[in-house]
Each structure stands twice: as structure tokens, then as C-alpha cells.
Write a protein that binds this ligand. Structure first.
Ligand code: ZN
Length: 296
């Protein structure tokens, strides 16, 4: 990444977009984040300077940029979303049952031979949450430990943080499935990784691409999927969530990870045995985005 020492009136590019995003967030404004330093951005810059007792000026030097990102860093928030429900220990029941689960004969997963997607998603998201905390990142869980809360409840939570003056990233953690109507062979053979973003956001696309690349590097032997040519997919609802998050005035980017197919016993074993690496890749993707936005 090219480093910036100054930004001035008339400039165009990704770094201007970052400036607009940070100043919008800090000042509670909603100007277009179009990457063009025109009159609207000039107003924003002046307002920032006045608020902070600085001389008004349309050439931001390195020290000014550092000051802006230092303030913005406090407002950077990661929303972690573990798909579906968790395990109710009192009722001894997986709350998304009978969906988002798969039985694999002779294997030991969450409850005998069952793989519960929501339970696994929580194991991963909970640990990413801890690692981000250790890195000093503001982080919030959109999911309940037990209940399968609605997608609206999840996005409303993020929306409430936008209103409080935060910006950032949402990462949604899932594994994939195809219809059980397929043959045993097809269920077994449908394996691999993919990542989704909603259409039309370059920033989200870049984050997803980074996530994809890190995953491919970590698991060179695994099947990396670019599309969903195989059978059914159960993520329309989750796409809905990506769309809603991105509508939050461009304050949040979002991606959704489908880490393996739990309808395949081989992939399910992989999901369970590669937790640590999966956690690392998620954490690294998120920190990469934070630094991409905040570092000049
Ligand atoms: Zn899912």
C-alpha cells in the first residue's frame, strides 16, 4: 500500500474515501464516500478542524492525518456474527434443530455423531472475539450464546452502534450444506470454502478477497470455490444480512464465510480439526482491514 503524507483539495482515490469515512464517523455526518475531495469533503474537513481547535486549511499534512486516524481508531468496531443458534444446556437441545445440523455415523462431534453448525460457529466466533479484545479492538457479538436470534435483531444491534458513532466490519461465520436429497456420493464430494459479500461494495470485496487468499495460503490442498454451482444453498437469508449491514450508511463492510460443507463427513472432520487455523485467518483478515483503513 502506498503511504500518504498529505491529502488536499481536488485529490481523488481510496485514501480520500477513507478520509470521508473517518470524518463522517467522527462528526456524525453522512456525505457521499465517493473518494473525491470536493466542496462536501472540504466542509467536513473544516468542521473537524474547528471542532479540534485547529486552523482551517484544505491541505491535510501527515500530522493531521495521524490525528484523524487516532480518533477514528477509538470508533472502529468489529461485529462478529455466528450463524444460527447455539446449544441450550438446560433443555439439552440445539436451538436450530432440526435444521443446520448433520449426523455423521461413527463420528464424535458436538453431541454424539451430530454436527451442529451454530454450535461450531460459536466456538470459532467466541475465540476470534477474545483474540480481537487482546489486540485492543472494540468488538461486539451480534449473536446470543444460545438463542437463534433473528437477522433483523442482529443488524439492528450493528445499526445502534452506527448511531452511537462507530464504523467497522462485520464478519459472519458459517459452514455450508447442500440438500439431503442428493446422493450419498454427492453429499460426500461437495466440499470446500467460499466467502460472500453483497454486491456493489468494493471495500467488502477487497476484504473478502483478502480472506479468500489467506485461506487458500493456509489450506493449499482444499477446494476453493468461486461460485455455488453445486446444488442448493441455504444462505439467501444470510445474504440478506450482508445487504442490511452494508446499508448502514457505508459505515460497515461485511463478509460471510462458508468454511466447508457439513453435509460431507470429510469436510466436517476438517472443520473440527482446523479450528485454530480458521480462527487465525479470520482474526488476520479483520486486523488487515482495520490497518488498511486506519494507516496512512
Ligand atoms: Zn449457516
Amino acid at each position: 500500500m502506498k503511504h500518504r503524507n498529505k491529502i488536499e483539495y481536488g485529490d481523488e482515490g481510496f485514501y480520500v474515501m477513507r478520509l470521508q469515512l473517518m470524518l463522517n464517523t467522527i462528526l456524525g455526518k453522512y456525505i457521499a464516500q465517493d473518494g473525491k475531495f470536493g466542496p462536501m469533503t472540504a466542509d467536513l474537513v473544516h468542521q473537524f478542524q474547528r471542532t479540534n481547535g485547529l486552523k482551517t486549511n484544505l491541505r491535510l499534512m501527515y500530522g493531521d492525518l495521524q490525528m484523524i486516524s487516532r480518533i477514528a481508531r477509538e470508533r472502529f468496531l468489529v461485529a462478529l456474527d455466528a450463524g444460527h443458534g447455539g446449544y441450550d444446556k438446560i433443555a439439552q437441545k440445539y436451538t436450530s434443530a432440526p435444521s443446520k445440523m448433520m449426523f455423521h455415523e461413527g463420528m464424535e462431534f458436538h453431541d454424539g455423531g451430530w454436527f451442529y453448525e451454530g454450535v461450531e460457529n460459536r466456538i470459532i466466533a467466541d475465540e476470534v472475539y477474545e483474540r480481537l479484545k487482546q489486540e485492543g479492538v472494540n468488538v461486539v457479538k451480534t449473536y446470543d450464546d444460545v438463542e437463534d436470534t433473528s437477522l433483523t435483531a442482529r443488524t439492528n444491534l450493528i445499526s445502534s452502534y452506527v448511531q452511537k458513532g462507530y464504523f467497522g466490519l462485520m464478519a459472519s461465520v458459517h459452514s455450508n450444506a447442500i440438500s439431503l436429497d442428493y446422493s450419498k456420493q454427492k453429499l460426500e464430494d461437495t466440499q470446500g470454502f467460499c466467502v460472500y459479500t453483497s454486491k456493489g461494495s468494493t471495500m467488502s470485496d477487497e476484504v473478502a478477497e483478502k480472506h479468500f487468499d489467506l485461506t487458500e495460503e493456509m489450506f493449499p490442498e482444499w477446494r476453493m470455490r468461486f461460485d455455488i454451482v453445486d446444488g442448493d444453498h441455504d444462505y439467501e437469508a444470510d445474504f440478506h444480512m450482508l445487504l442490511l449491514v452494508e446499508k448502514l450508511h457505508g459505515r460497515f463492510v461485511a463478509f460471510l464465510q462458508e468454511f466447508g460443507f457439513h453435509t460431507s463427513s470429510v469436510d466436517t472432520n476438517f472443520i473440527i480439526s482446523q479450528r485454530e487455523k480458521r480462527i487465525q485467518i479470520l482474526t488476520e483478515t479483520i486486523l488487515w482491514y482495520r490497518d488498511k483503513i486506519l494507516t496512512w
